[in-house]
Design a protein around this ligand. Structure first.
Ligand code: SAH
Length: 510
């Protein structure tokens, strides 16, 4: 069937997946990227909105509890109206649009109005919960069928379709959606209709997210257990022998930083690596860049040095950023790595060394200790007298290395290769989480990250907001900057690398 006639509007019903924002489909992302209007649900992860172009209209169509029926007509009319205006509309729905998502009704309304639509499937909650709770819904040795059932009764039409006898006696896995408030009644029904009362049951709440909670029991006692711990929606209920497999297959909620909320303060362009490693260990990461890297005010000194590279004996690069800006400038001047042919290259830190190798240069010296003092010590073993050293640096860098090299008799030029400035503002999500006191840890990976945060927030407010938040610093210099501002450092790795920092967090929260 041809869709998207002329330039007219279209509605993409997109399954957002169960919670983890990376579980959306590529097609879903493509649709969001061209959306002019996004109408999203309570269960759709809000982070997905960031795929929509800037300026796209975001409309929250939260349907929480009881408002279902009344709200649905309004949503249908809204979708029709926006599509009629000729807009590209994404209707972003939690899980899959056609599994208890009322996507069918929305499509009917659009069809009745003669409007185009497309449906993009999503990972439905049952499937997401199954994977992330370690409970396969089917298993060759246990069961060959699975049913998705609404836990709501009376309120909607699904109820009349439920054949409790077959559901209970069929022996297949049964997954209830929307079944927390009706849990006791539904579990009782399963037993009354013949399912053994010791059949295992799992409740999975906020499946696939860092807040995932799993409660395991049996048909006989799960309702009591849920009451005892005040278990709340949204959750799905998995009934069947397969639930027992969780004991062996649990993987998601056993990760070392599971459930921890961590603020990462690195520059936006650097945060990804640390954030990725923390996320992989189960943490929820809020990126809060306190640094923005920009070009120097003038390239003059660096350009002079680059044009005269052959006259230097050493080039010392102390960060991956320094490497990037330095080589970018070499490129801009129409040169390439061969400009360094006559110089020895010192890379401080393994990441810096990797970055240099990416430009085709093997560093001659990679000091084992990445602190400035360690670098100085390495050089003190060489004869630096009368040698010429180029030290492209950040504007706010410490001057230990150039100073000490000069003391050894070297001629040192240290032109600014990049500046680090404050971003315009701190991201509201991070501030909100701090205000709610829901943050477990904040990471500082250089002195500027903490100094800039203090400058942007105000010292007093920063100290107050970070009460009860574990402070993780990458090394002694950064820790000193933290302490100078009145912060107690709780986590500091022995070596000053991102990997070591992540490991130190794992140890702290073990
Ligand atoms: N279309 C959605 C279902 C919407 S009905 C889908 O395909 O998943 C709403 C119900 O879905 C909730 O009451 C709950 O039972 C379930 N649900 C949705 N997201 C969930 C999640 N992350 N964890 C557990 N249950 C979830």
């Amino acid at each position: 069937m041809p869709l998207l006639q002329n330039n007219s509007g279209i509605v993409y019903l997109v399954g957002a997946g169960p919670g983890d924002p990376s579980l959306i489909t590529l097609r879903g992302v493509e649709c969001l990227q061209k959306a002019e209007v996004v109408v999203y649900d309570y269960l759709a992860n809000e982070q997905l909105l960031s795929y929509a172009p800037e300026g796209a209209e975001h409309i929250y169509a939260g349907k929480i509890g009881g408002r279902h029926n009344q709200g649905q007509d309004e949503i249908n009319s809204l979708l029709v109206a926006k599509a009629r205006e000729g807009k590209v509309v994404v209707r972003l729905k939690g899980g899959d649009p056609f599994v208890f998502g009322r996507g069918g009704e929305e499509c009917e309304a659009l069809r009745d109005a003669g409007l185009s639509f497309e449906v993009v499937p999503g990972v439905t909650a049952a499937v997401g919960a199954s994977a992330y709770a370690g409970i396969p819904l089917t298993h060759r040795d246990i069961t060959a069928s699975v049913a998705f059932v609404t836990g709501q009764e009376g309120k909607d039409k699904y109820e009349s379709n439920i054949d409790w006898d077959r559901l209970s006696l069929g022996g297949g896995t049964v997954v209830f959606y929307m079944g927390v408030t009706t849990l006791r009644r539904n579990m009782k029904r399963m037993v009354e209709h013949g399912r053994p009362s010791d059949t295992p049951v799992a409740l999975v709440r906020w499946a696939t997210t860092a807040c995932q909670q799993v409660l395991v029991g049996t048909l006989a006692d799960i309702a009591d257990r849920a009451d005892e711990c005040g278990f709340k929606p949204p959750a799905i209920t998995i009934v069947g022998e397969v639930v027992a497999l969780r004991e062996k297959l649990q993987w998601f909620d056993t990760r070392t930083l599971c459930g921890k909320k961590v603020i990462v303060t690195r520059a936006a362009e650097q945060a990804g690596q640390l954030a990725g490693k923390l996320t992989a260990r189960g943490a929820t990461v809020l990126e809060c860049p306190t640094i923005r890297l920009v070009e120097p005010e003038s390239w003059q000194l660096l350009d002079l040095a680059i044009r005269d590279l052959r006259s230097y004996d050493w080039v010392v690069l102390t960060s991956a950023n320094a490497v990037r800006y330095f080589f970018q400038r070499i490129d801009t001047l129409g040169l390439d790595a061969r400009a360094l042919a006559g110089c020895k290259v010192c890379a401080v830190g393994p990441k810096t060394a990797d970055e240099i190798r990416a430009f085709g240069i093997k560093p001659d010296l990679v000091p084992a200790d990445y602190k400035a003092e360690g670098v100085v010590e390495e050089f003190s073993r060489l004869d630096m007298h009368e040698s010429r050293v180029l030290f492209p640096r950040a504007d706010k860098a410490r001057d230990v290395v150039p100073r000490e090299l000069k003391r050894m008799g070297a001629h040192v030029d240290s032109p600014v290769a990049y500046r680090n400035i404050f971003p315009d503002r701190l991201p509201p999500e991070a501030l909100f989480a701090l205000e709610k006191r829901s943050v477990d840890c904040i990471t500082f990976t250089s002195s500027s990250t903490v100094q800039n945060l203090a400058a942007m927030m105000g010292e007093e407010l920063m100290l107050d907001m970070l009460k009860g938040v574990a402070v993780a610093s990458i090394g002694p210099i950064t820790s000193k900057s933290c302490r100078d501002l009145g912060l107690k450092v709780d986590i500091e790795p022995e070596s000053y690398t991102i990997d070591a920092l992540v490991e130190a967090l794992e140890v702290h929260f073990r």
